[in-house]
Design a protein around this ligand. Structure first.
Ligand code: P6P
Length: 335
């Protein structure tokens, strides 16, 4: 596929792939592209203006809300709300979902968006990369009626699109609509995203594992056994340990180089830390579209039936053979 195609050109070209979409999904991706540029501008100058530091509020997770968190949340909600395609939005930073009917009195819009507007925001103060994660579904309740929680609590396999923005050494937007994964790099000089990583694929195997080993003593036995396997002097091991503490950055590196990201449950957090709906499901959809794998240790992330908006899940994601091996240790320790 020709590189240096712009994201706009790519969306138009791919529009033909959506038999039933009347261009609405393309409009939605374009809205996310615009919001990503605005957030990128703010993130890149965060060190220069007094926008760093907690806003004094805390979010539903009880985490201090960094001002950039609040700004990113507002930008994405505003940009998505202004287009007549979204009927509802759920965000890590919002306790409940938001019904969008400013221009849609008759509830004709058919997409819902779930978003982590600025994941890894605790890294902002130390100038480590952060990211935005988004997940898009068609509503399942009848058009013409107000959006309901059921529209958000869909299994991840129902996603029509998912993606992330990584605000790193360069800013990239990586997304899928179920036809593979493509990465676009922002040229900040002209504010244009260019196709830089067409058809991204996880290497089937890898030698990088990403986990917060400081929690080792709290991990389930199967995870402890897998980490020891990664560290053993055998075959092509020991593997390399790389953990940035920013999901999108660890995921992105592992997708390019091969690797596995692990966020297990622990005696400190019974269901792990990551949220199913706006972190694990979108990353799992991208992983599977890139021939990778995403598991809760025993089963497919995308098959989990959610029962609440901010629920958490253990999360193991990356090169298929590495996730397979992790699952082997989890099952073995449960026998
Ligand atoms: P810990 C950031 O807060 C995040 O949600 C992910 O981006 C990251 O991988 C993880 O949590 C880091 O968590 O407990 O290792 O600091």
């Amino acid at each position: 596929m020709k590189k240096n195609k712009t994201l706009g050109e790519f969306i138009i070209e791919k529009q033909a792939e959506f038999k039933y979409s009347s261009g609405e999904l393309s409009k939605l991706i374009n809205a996310i592209r615009l919001a990503a540029k605005v957030v990128n501008h703010e993130v890149n100058k965060a060190g220069l203006v007094d926008i760093i530091g907690a806003s004094g509020d805390t979010n539903i997770q009880g985490e201090d809300q960094q001002k950039l968190d609040v700004m990113a949340n507002e930008k994405f909600i505003q940009t998505l709300s202004n287009r007549e395609i979204v009927c509802g939005i759920a965000s890590e930073e919002e306790d409940d979902f938001i019904t969008i009917n400013s221009h849609d009195q008759n509830h004709q819009n058919k997409y819902v968006v779930l978003i982590d507007p600025l994941d890894g925001s605790s890294n902002i103060d130390v100038n480590v990369s952060v990211g935005t994660i988004f997940s898009i579904y068609r509503r399942i309740t009848p058009i013409g009626t107000p959006v309901t929680m059921a529209d958000f609590l869909q299994p991840g396999r129902n996603q029509v699109a998912a993606g992330y923005v990584v605000y790193g050494t360069s800013t990239m937007l990586v997304y899928t609509t179920g036809h593979g994964v493509n990465g676009f790099t922002l040229n900040p000089a002209i504010g244009t995203f260019y196709l830089s990583h067409p058809n991204m694929q996880f290497p089937e195997n890898g030698n990088i594992y990403s986990v917060n080993e400081g929690n080792y003593i709290h991990f389930p036995q199967g995870v402890k056994d897998y980490i020891k396997y990664c560290q053993a002097e055998e075959d092509n091991r020991p593997y390399t340990s790389r953990y940035i503490g920013s999901l999108v950055s660890d995921f992105h590196r592992n997708m390019i180089k091969g690797g596995i990201y692990l966020y297990p449950k622990s005696s400190k957090s019974q269901n792990g830390k990551l949220r199913l709906l706006y972190e694990c499901n979108p990353m799992a959809f991208i992983a599977e579209q890139a021939n990778g794998k995403a598991s809760d240790g025993f089963g497919r992330i995308l098959d989990i039936q959610p029962d609440e908006l901010h629920q958490r899940t253990p999360f193991f994601c990356g090169s298929t053979k590495m996730v397979d091996k992790l699952e082997e240790f989890m099952v073995k320790s449960h026998i």
